[in-house]
Design a protein around this ligand. Structure first.
Ligand code: VGL
Ligand code: ZN
Length: 202
């Protein structure tokens, strides 16, 4: 363990686990490993997908649109999701078995109604910052390991942005699970590698 290393646990929330509103297959299986990995890092940071009910990423807020269809948002293509992780609902809570006591920071994202936020660093316009990069730099944390849900959306964008911002970025693939929508997992792997993210199979 180095003093400048952080484990960043992405969106390990009830709605992304089996039984939830946007369930990722096997999402709950990673919880014990994620808990164990916390002991290998000086700092632990959790992200929490945290949408208002009128969020623009919900298919239900676009009359006639099907969940998992694509729309053109002002900032680019956007998948329309089933309603999920609505602020204050049980589905937005962390998985009940996730250890949260060691977290130094919980960063919420996706709270602006008009824009989605996959990455822990930027909203989906790729320019509105969440503040996480500044937090890490001020603390001198340079070495980031990502895990959580989902590999091909929020983990992918977080890790790619981290590498582009100059952090050392690794993903523990065995502590992630994917949605895999139209080849999105293969594309995510290719993009993370191209950005210089280290993929650890565990
Ligand atoms: C996520 C879709 C919508 C994720 C969040 O955490 O990967 N995916 N919101
Ligand atoms: Zn979301």
């Amino acid at each position: 363990m180095t003093a400048d290393s952080a484990l960043i646990v992405i969106d390990l929330q009830v709605d992304f686990c089996p039984g939830g509103l946007l369930a990722v297959a096997g999402g709950d299986e990673i919880v014990p490993l994620v808990n164990a990995l916390q002991g290998e890092h000086a700092s632990v940071i959790l992200t929490q997908d945290w949408h208002p009910a009128d969020h623009a990423s919900f298919a239900a807020n676009h009359p006639g649109a099907e969940p998992f269809s694509l729309t053109e948002a002002p900032y680019g293509p956007q998948v329309l999701w089933p309603v999920h992780c609505v602020q204050g609902t049980p589905g937005a809570a962390f998985h009940p078995d996730l250890a949260t006591d060691r977290a130094d920071l919980v960063i919420r994202k996706g709270f602006r109604p008009a824009i989605d936020s996959y990455s822990a660093f930027f909203e989906n316009d790729h320019e509105t910052p969440t503040g996480l990069a500044g937090y890490l730099r001020e603390r001198g944390i340079a070495d980031l390991t990502f895990c959580g849900l989902a590999t091909d959306f929020c983990v992918r964008w977080s890790a790619v942005d981290a590498a582009r911002l100059g952090f050392r970025a690794a993903v523990r693939m065995d502590a992630c699970r994917a949605i895999d929508l139209d080849g999105s997992l293969a594309q995510a792997i290719e993009e993370m590698r191209a950005a210089g993210v280290t993929l650890i199979e565990g």
